[in-house]
Design a protein around this ligand. Structure first.
Ligand SMILES: [Cu+2]
Length: 435
């Protein structure tokens, strides 16, 4: 072990400043949301990294800590950043209670370095260290994860990002001022407990970016006019349509590499399927605090019961007092929608998160899970990733309450021929209980 690079550990869930390379070929580093980049050492022209697979405690958001498995102190593991053509040696030490392996998703490498235990190598036993050696052959956005007891180990949070920078200017890879990356992951942790239920297939209750849920996800802070790239990989069990407000972006590449220019179209939402990576680019030309989130509305919630009946429209006058005789703290919720949940600080078990939470400058944001913000400011200095606070809306540019005469509202519009719209009453056949 004395010959190995000293493993670097991280004890904080914060977004670390970009790691500017002091050895090897130069490149513009990425910023990992609520994550960090693994330092390396140069050994006779080979970049040497040391990953340690181990149990970790990860803060999902303030108020909740999860007992996960990860690498070098955190889940996900550190981002590995290299340059096209780099010769690499990656030591992987297994401090988990069971064997593991590491698969380098998307890399061109010798078959025996692919990390599929049983198929391309024996597994990495408990307490053992294995060395992976290959050349970073093509630039792009990749990831790494175990290919051993995969369902368990990924459900426990074992994964990390990998970025290979181009060694010279690349015709299909733009130079950007801000380069962000994160992984989509999901956990099922019962309120009041800390370890994910690894057998859950779809009904997760924590939808996370880099094992963080809103309001624990850092904001993406940029200067107005910056060219921005965001790289996203999906290691959950479902797809995520990732949506940005206020800008159009272009999907410029995937784990297959940079996309040809003719294949690029403007979008404001891009769907990222399981096991896929997407990188999007845009010029952040509009000042403001722009929401950036998964568009599946259940994925912007924190733990919630999915079997709660819908109470909208239910008249329960008189019922509440009767129930309170038995359960003094009983409250009626949901009869006017669920927004009460955002406003009211309901008591919740220890070590979990409110279903919808977070407060902006104008009130509750009523979000959770896969939600953050792109903050675009004129005066954000180059290289400054700190949170500039809330955006001050210039006078006259914010939605406002109308107090004048109400404009006429029509419930139906006349047809193109000028005839008034006709209201129809439709009676369905009574067979099959259709009323
Ligand atoms: Cu989603």
């Amino acid at each position: 072990m004395a010959a190995l690079p000293e493993p670097v550990l991280m004890d904080k869930p914060d977004t670390a400043p970009p790691l500017h390379p002091d050895t090897g070929r130069p490149y513009h580093p990425v910023v990992t949301l609520n994550g960090w980049t693994l330092p390396w050492r140069m050994n006779n022209g080979v970049k040497e990294f040391h990953l340690v697979a181990e149990p970790v405690v990860r803060e999902i958001a303030p108020g909740m800590r999860a007992h996960l498995w990860g690498y070098n102190g955190q889940s996900p593991g550190p981002t590995i950043e290299v340059v096209e053509g780099d010769r690499l040696r990656i030591f992987v030490t297994n401090k988990l209670p069971e064997h593991t392996s590491v698969h380098w998703h998307g890399q061109r490498l010798p078959n025996g370095m692919d990390g599929v235990s049983g198929l391309t190598q024996p597994w990495i036993g408990v307490g053992k260290t294995v060395v992976y050696e290959f050349v970073a052959r093509r630039p792009g956005t990749f990831m790494y994860h175990p290919h051993a007891d995969e369902m368990t180990q990924m459900a426990m949070g074992m994964m990390g990002l990998w970025v290979t920078h181009p060694k010279t200017r690349h015709p299909l890879i733009a130079e950007v001022q801000r380069d962000f990356c994160f992984l989509l992951n999901a956990y099922d942790i019962e309120p009041g407990s800390a370890t994910p239920k690894i057998n859950t297939m779809l009904d997760f209750n924590l939808w996370t970016w880099n094992s963080r849920a809103f309001p624990g996800i850092d904001t993406l802070n940029v200067r107005q006019g910056d060219k921005v790239r965001i790289r996203v990989g999906n290691l959950t069990m479902t797809n995520h349509p990732i949506h940005l407000h206020g800008h159009e972006f272009t999907v410029t590449g995937s784990d297959g590499g940079p996309w040809p220019l003719a294949a690029r179209v403007p979008e404001v939402t891009t769907d990222i399927a399981v096991g896929q990576m997407r990188q999007v680019e845009f010029v952040a030309d509009a000042e403001g605090d722009w929401a950036f989130h998964c568009h599946k509305s259940h994925h912007t919630m924190n733990p919630m019961g999915h079997s709660v009946p819908t109470m909208i429209g239910v008249d329960h006058r008189g019922l509440v007092r009767k129930i309170q005789k038995v359960v003094p703290d009983y409250m009626v919720m949901g009869e006017r929608g669920m927004a009460d949940m955002g406003e009211m600080e309901m008591p919740i078990p220890e070590n979990t998160l409110p279903m919808m939470t977070g407060t902006g400058p104008y009130g509750p944001v009523e979000m959770g899970g896969m939600f953050s913000m792109l903050k675009v400011r004129k005066d954000q200095k180059p290289g400054d990733y700190s949170d500039p606070g809330w955006y001050q809306q210039p006078a006259g540019t914010q939605a406002y309450e109308w107090t004048g005469a109400k404009p006429d509202t029509s419930r139906a519009v006349a047809s193109a021929s000028g005839q008034p719209a006709i209201e129809l009453r439709v009676v369905k056949p009574k067979s099959h209980q259709h009323e």
